[in-house]
Design a protein around this ligand. Sequence first.
Ligand code: HEM
Length: 56
Amino acid sequence: MGAPNLTDNVWLYGSTYKWIKETVVNGRQNEMPAQGGRLSEDQIQILAAYVYSLSN
Ligand code: HEM
């Protein structure tokens, strides 16, 4: 469905922690559903840090 590989260093939006967190919370126009309503602030932080760590 076009979901990107999160373990490589090719980014559609941005590879910084700030941009990854933004994607997780608010989603992206091209079919990435927002996860902000499903996760606590702590979970979002840990998840964004984990995704960041996959390629950095
Ligand atoms: C909590 C789980 C998820 C995380 C941590 C996550 C993370 C991300 C991140 C960081 C990006 C941006 C990648 C980039 O900039 O190259 C992204 C994009 C995307 N994700 Fe997710 N995602 C999650 C769940 C999902 C789900 C459930 C779907 C689909 C059912 C999905 C579909 C997509 C798609 C299609 C894109 C590309 C968006 C676009 O091109 O506009 N993601 N995701």
